[in-house]
Design a protein around this ligand. Structure first.
Ligand code: DON
Length: 593
């Protein structure tokens, strides 16, 4: 154990090297650069962190105009729909965890896409995953706009129209293409080329826009503008909805394309029936702090929460215990979590101390046999029941790095942790003609089957299980941390690892975010970033762990986190990635009180 603790301190030291060095003092005659993407900012009066400078600025503008954290979260998300269109957008969905300072309560808003009413449990059976991705069939009823609307009406101070303004401006004026945007376009070029409106928007002249060029999306600017004027009903039953349904049913495939593009099942009535939902958060107590997360249909809150409870029940916490707790929590997530409107999710038991203690008993000095069997969250817990390994674990799909997460806080102390997604990088690959928006492929998050009894099989109106894990930690009833990440199922392990780095290994939040990551999701091998393997591989392998590379793209990277820490005397630290995915952008409203 001692060596692991020493190793953890090593992370702290070495992780520091991952943070860019403080900038050199500017030359006397050079004005200080105003618009640089920085991963860490500290100050007062509000703060934001996203993967992108333009999106962070959009949220900051709203805070400076007097908007609160919810207004800024919606503005930031809409801006990410412009600058990170392959990860976010109004035809996608998301989960938002919110601390309402006035009422000192944490709530969540579920904007998850739903399956259309015509979707049955066998609708995805036998379809190759890659084929399902680029199809109308995988497009879920979009949730983002209903989520923004509900969020603003219940917790915001601005109208949707106001909150969309910064995003409209970016879409009109354009943003500078960076390496990440270029690379993501390149990775998608083959399938984008097969959809006429997608190729016209994202492959001008048949090529991905070059790094350094300005990318405008006037169609999206118009779409946002009209949405602001007409309101959500324009999408949920109105003309925009009809255009989306037409596109889903008859994807605009280029003449001569050989791709098998399946048409979708969505009807305007599905859009009309869609509701964003306010749900109670998940909550676990960890080391005296309250950790709030996203409840099902996301598995984020339940899996991060269960793993933390397990860690609290083991005598010492090191990287071995982190991996084993995650393995066990994933076995339970896979067995028990789905849309609670369709599946009985034993959430209270999954998050109970009794269950965690029973599960923690399985953690020994060496890695447990693969795969871990799910436990029995049935309310009856014994001290140390031995458990045989499961015969098999569900097959894991490849986890892409996309989706995005933003955090924002305002001068009143409200806090938003917000995950947004259109699922794969570039979603379904289908742009709605004339609208500048990519359709999601969120329904590929369902289990394809056949898998009798699986809690995550498709059903009419059902929400696919998610891994998104926006998380807020309160200490003595006040915000201490907010954190989240993209990365499919690795979102859960990234959030868990950052919390363990910060709360158990004593790292600062910037170091906790920068530190090399590993992700164990009840798979035979643990995916690990190169620096993780280099530093801890020998030690963990000696304990029976197998580490494997992260395939990417981008190869070798897990997640792209953002977070906030509430320091003393009202000071807030906003944190983004220093290096992963090109680094993120943290901004504060003011540097003085
Ligand atoms: O909801 C989820 O968990 C996923 N659809 C998020 C997608 C993501 O992070 C990118 N990876 N596949």
């Amino acid at each position: 154990m001692r060596s692991v603790v020493v190793t953890s301190l090593g992370v702290l030291t070495l992780a520091g090297l991952l943070v860019p060095p403080a900038e050199a003092a500017p030359a006397v005659h050079t004005p200080p650069p105003k618009e640089v993407k920085r991963p860490v900012a500290e100050g007062y009066g509000g703060a934001v962190a996203t993967v992108d400078l333009d999106a962070s600025k959009a949220a900051l503008t709203v805070l400076r105009q007097g908007g609160n954290a919810m207004d800024a979260a919606v503005a930031g998300a809409a801006a990410l729909g412009v600058t990170e269109p392959y990860s976010a957008g109004l035809a996608g969905g998301g989960f938002l965890v919110y601390y309402d300072a006035r009422h000192r309560k944490v709530t969540t808003i579920d904007g998850r896409e739903t399956a259309p009413r015509a979707m049955t449990s066998t609708a995805l059976e036998g379809i190759p995953f890659a084929e399902a991705v680029s199809s109308g069939l995988s497009v879920g009823v979009p949730g983002s706009v209903a989520q923004w609307d509900l969020a603003l009406r219940k917790y915001g101070t601005m109208s949707l129209r106001q909150a969309l303004r910064p995003a409209i401006e970016i879409a009109d004026r354009g943003f500078v293409v960076d390496q990440t945007f270029h690379d993501q376009t390149q990775q998608n070029a083959d399938r984008f080329a097969d959809f006429t409106p997608t190729a016209a928007l994202y492959l001008p002249g048949g090529q991905p826009p070059p790094v350094g060029s300005v990318f405008r999306n006037p169609d999206l600017a118009r779409t946002y503008r009209e949405l602001g004027i007409r309101g959500p009903a324009w999408l949920y039953g109105g003309d925009l909805g009809r255009e989306i349904v037409n596109t889903v049913k008859k994807p605009p495939v280029r003449a001569g394309a050989t791709r098998n593009v399946r048409s979708g099942l969505m009807e305007v009535s599905d859009l009309r029936a869609y509701r964003a939902l306010e749900r109670p958060p998940t909550k676990v107590t960890y080391k005296g702090m309250d950790v709030y997360g996203m409840a099902p249909p996301s598995s984020g809150g339940s899996t991060v929460g269960e793993a933390l409870n397990i860690l609290e029940a083991v005598p010492k916490i090191g990287l071995h215990e982190y991996l084993e707790a995650s393995r066990l929590a994933f076995a339970d997530r896979n067995a028990y979590v789905g849309d609670p409107a369709y599946t009985r999710v034993p959430l209270g038991d999954l998050l109970s101390d009794g269950f965690a203690k029973e599960r923690a008993c399985l953690i020994g000095p060496r890695a447990m046999p693969h795969p871990a069997a799910p436990g029995s969250p049935d309310g009856s817990y014994s001290a140390c029941a031995s458990a045989a390994p499961a015969a098999s674990a569900p097959e894991e799909k490849k986890e892409g790095p996309e989706t995005t997460h933003l955090v924002v806080t305002d001068r009143w102390g409200d806090v938003a942790a917000y995950n947004i997604t259109i699922e794969q990088t570039g979603g379904s690959g289908i742009v709605v003609p004339g609208r500048g928006i990519l359709l999601n492929n969120e329904l590929t998050d369902f289990t394809f089957g056949p898998a009798p009894g699986d809690p995550n099989l498709p059903a009419p109106g059902k929400r696919p299980r998610s891994s998104m894990a926006p998380t807020i930690v309160l200490k003595d009833g006040r915000p201490l941390l907010a954190v989240g990440s993209p990365g499919g199922a690795t979102i859960i392990t990234t959030v868990l690892q950052i919390l363990v780095n910060r709360l158990d290994f004593g790292m600062s939040l910037p170091d906790a975010v920068a530190a090399p990551r590993a992700s164990q999701r009840n798979t035979a091998a643990t995916q690990a970033e190169p620096a993780f393997t280099q530093w801890y591989g020998a030690e963990l392998t000696a304990l029976g762990h197998t580490l494997t590379d992260v395939p990417g793209p981008p190869a070798g990277e897990i997640g792209a986190a953002t977070g906030l820490e509430f320091l003393r005397d009202g000071k807030v630290q906003a944190v983004a990635e220093p290096a992963r995915r090109g680094g993120g952008s943290a901004l504060v409203v003011g540097t003085h009180r």
